[in-house]
Design a protein around this ligand. Sequence first.
Ligand code: ATP
Ligand code: MG
Length: 405
Amino acid sequence: MKTVIEMLTERFIKAKPILEKLEKHRFEAYFVGGCVRDLLLNRSIKDIDIATSATPEEVQKLFPKVIPVGIEHGTVIVRHEHESYEVTTFRLDGDYSDSRHPDSVEFIKKIDKDLERRDFTINALAMDKTGEIIDLFEGEKDIEARLIRTVGDGSKRFKEDALRIIRALRFSSQLGFKIHPATLQHMVTNKSDIVQISVERITNEMEKFFAGAYVQLGLEYLYKAEIYLDLPVFKDEPILVQKLPREMKPLASFAEVIVLFHYLYPKVSISTWIKAWKCSNRMKRTAFELFEDLSYYKQNGIDNEFIYQLTTERFEPFIRLTDMLFNKKIIYNELHKKKLALPIQARNELAINGNELLSLYPERKGGPWIKNIIETAEKKVVTGELQNNYQEIKEWLRWNQQEIN
Ligand code: ATP
Ligand code: MG
């Protein structure tokens, strides 16, 4: 039989020296939170977080590479063998007067109260360097039963921080876990506090919600508990939830979520979504691009011009949305093959460039005409109307003088 330590994945083994060093200096240190939960679930682990009795200053003294990311909350990042680990001092959260963040945090020497402040029993697990689990709230039992349950009284915990209501939905969508009836009840009675939370924190959780492998289950809770009525945009347009496809599938980014809803319900513009959910400019650009891709595809299908401008990082979002919106299964490798078969992959492969144009027309000065010709030639080469060959392009220009203006 395998011992617990053998079951620890390579990632934990790589992080073990951090616990060992802290312990050598008479501090306590544990792996904690999501990484322990995911280990027990045999799920791939995102980040390995560490909790310790050492203060941030003490951690900074012990390790050569430390990035102080949130000292006031007790968190620093320790770099070890090219990996980053969040190391957080055991802490007690002070009063929550605003359902948002504790008024103060207090560093403590024992882990028990630190685990007690955590949101759900499945997230309140710690593990020492030998693989021994500390489970004060029956988290392992809840993992076994696939159940999300608050640590302590749900009503109190959601009043402290209403984001936990959204987090319960998020974990249900990611893990496929049911929400304990008492916890669900407390989510419903406290959901009006969600408006007090910063939108960025909500967006961050809801992005993970829509990306969850069990998003269908998460959505059931979102409807049943009517939590959407307390979310940006949905609260003004509750009809939105009825527009979703019967079979919702995970969407990797919130840009995809916005495009899906906008496509299904054009009355709410992409800009409205972006503003209400306080998304980044980058997210905004991605959403507009994706929407254009879908609109072009709907009109023209997949032609050369489309595939030429579709960068490979847009393949997957495009495939997911054509599946959900038009019930079309587009295969990644087929898009890829089509792209490779194009006459050129990028403008710099065009057989003529700006300097060559200038020498073809020595009497002309540089100007927008150059860009116009290059763009027209590029388009014609991509669609196959013109061969990508210097002589051919020169010939085409000779017979199409109007292109020069
Ligand atoms: P993921 O793998 O998606 O990162 P996670 O469980 O690590 O999941 P995080 O948001 O990274 O989730 O939080 C790390 C840990 O901190 C949680 O497991 C939980 O113990 C605790 N935690 C995070 N947010 C809260 C909160 N709002 N209230 C109470 N505890 C929280
Ligand atoms: Mg995490």
